[in-house]
Ligand binder design. Structure first.
Ligand code: NAD
Length: 434
């Protein structure tokens, strides 16, 4: 298993620790893309075009630290494809951000937006830094300078960032403010995942976790695993993991194990999720939660459960541990948590994998709603947001399920096929500008 947050290094080590993980996430993405493109008999020229990100930028971000030192951070922004609309995708603050990781994440955004059938392309950004080791003021300065360096990239019609690992609604508020200061007027639609009071959407914070639950529910219906009383294990307890836990709990599932970067906990009878969320808000970790016993972090993924939700980082389910996975259904809350080799092992074992580009598509779907509302200047009630999300998740799940059945392929390859078909079609309709 590749643990991404094992580093206890300080802020000053951010560049030295930025080494690429052993498993290259872009190659992982490209491997699945190639399989799907072959099955679709995609034109070889178009295959080349759709595999490659269209624009990549590296920015150097000088920041005055709280102690007066000048520090330099490295950031990236990648556009993978913008045929169907502005580049859409989060910004990650993490010590292990690399250009290949950002490329992979940007590509997954193209495919995810197409699977969800929303009018966006794929983009992603990241800054090599450890937000846990930075003060709020230092994070604000990094965010504002990163935004200023990318003024020509960002824009409601060009590239619309959102939160990802290590960033949140506050980060989005700083980006929106910086962009607006440069434009000399308030531009809310330049980012999504903002606080509701400054143009955010009701339901956005819960959207990814809600979508994960809906994807699991639909998969459960198709494969005989009802959510009621299902035993669920969740890796990662940030936005996606914690909200997924809440949503599954509300459906009557038993959350039997959860983890975060500090460790894992379990309770075979089911954790008291509302109390765990309160504990997490206070202690910033799940470890030590009363009514749980510690669990080895490695064992969380292989625990005996019905539904496993990896909701942390890439490359967690690998050839090494896939054979020991006992879940009936894996629902990928995180992006890229399962390697290509692991996919093959899981498929042979009969484990159903609901892929990231479908399972966690609820977040970008409500980001799309937020962008629409900002541009209309008219905001929807939470109920309306949730109903539209429900409808789109169910529709996309059905599109992928039908493709999987028609071609006798996994949900993952089917999801890529649905996405590639949509993007390729639209590129062909537009034609190539020469
Ligand atoms: P977050 O920063 O809110 O949470 C990440 C969580 O993972 C934290 O609880 C952290 O402690 C935990 N973690 C990190 N390393 C771990 C490890 N080795 N073992 C166990 N836990 C570990 O991030 P998030 O927004 O919840 O994103 C999580 C994943 O979901 C990422 O892959 C992200 O790209 C993806 N995603 C997020 C959204 C969104 O709307 N936030 C949407 C789609 C996909």
């Amino acid at each position: 298993m590749t643990f991404r947050h094992e580093s206890t290094s300080g802020v000053l080590q951010h560049t030295a620790k930025g080494a690429a993980p052993a498993i290259n996430p872009f190659e992982e993405m490209a491997n699945r893309f190639d399989q799907a493109a072959r099955l679709l008999k995609l034109d070889p020229g178009l295959t080349k075009v759709l595999r490659e990100p269209i624009k990549e930028i590296k920015v150097a971000i000088p920041v005055v630290m709280d102690d007066g030192r000048i520090e330099l951070f490295i950031g990236y922004r990648v556009h993978h494809n913008i045929a169907r609309g502005p580049a859409k995708g989060g910004i990650r603050f993490d010590p292990h951000v690399s250009l290949d990781e950002v490329r992979a994440l940007a590509s997954w955004m193209t495919w995810k937006c197409a699977v969800m059938n929303i009018p966006f392309g794929g983009g992603k950004g990241g800054v090599i830094c450890d937000p846990l080791k930075l003060s709020r003021n230092e994070l604000e300065r990094i965010t504002r300078r990163y935004t200023a360096e990318l003024m020509d990239f960002f824009g409601p019609e060009k590239d619309v960032p959102a939160p990802d690992v290590g960033t949140d609604s506050q980060t989005m508020a700083w980006i929106m403010d910086t962009y607006s200061m440069h434009m000399r007027h308030t531009v809310t639609s330049v980012v999504t995942g903002k606080p509701v009071s400054i143009g955010g959407s009701a339901g956005r914070v819960e959207a990814t976790g809600r979508g994960v639950m809906i994807a699991a529910r639909e998969a459960g219906k198709a494969h005989g695993v009802p959510l009621k009383d299902a035993r669920v294990a969740i890796q990662g307890f940030g936005n996606v993991g914690s909200i997924s836990a809440k949503m599954f709990y509300m459906e009557g599932s038993k959350i039997i194990a959860v983890s975060d970067v500090n460790g894992a906990i379990q309770n075979k009878k089911g954790l008291d999720v509302p109390a765990l969320l309160e504990y997490m808000a206070k202690k910033k970790t799940v470890v030590g939660f009363p009514g749980s016993i510690p669990l080895d972090a490695d064992d969380l993924l292989t625990i005996d459960c019905d539904i496993l939700v990896p909701a942390a980082l890439e490359n967690q389910i690998t050839a090494e541990n896939a054979k020991d996975i006992k879940a009936k259904i894996v629902v990928e809350g995180a992006n890229g948590p399962t390697t290509h080799d692991a996919d093959e092992i899981l498929q042979k074992k009969g484990v159903i994998v609901i892929p990231d580009i479908l399972a966690n598509g609820g977040g970008v779907t409500v980001s799309y709603f937020e962008w629409v509302q900002d541009r209309m200047g008219f905001f929807w009630r939470e109920k309306e947001v949730n109903e539209r999300l429900e409808e789109m998740m169910v529709q996309s799940f059905g599109d992928v399920r039908d493709m999987a059945a028609a071609h006798k392929v996994s949900y993952r390859i089917a999801a890529y096929m649905v996405a590639i078909q949509r993007v390729a079609h639209d590129m062909q309709v537009r034609g190539l500008y020469a």
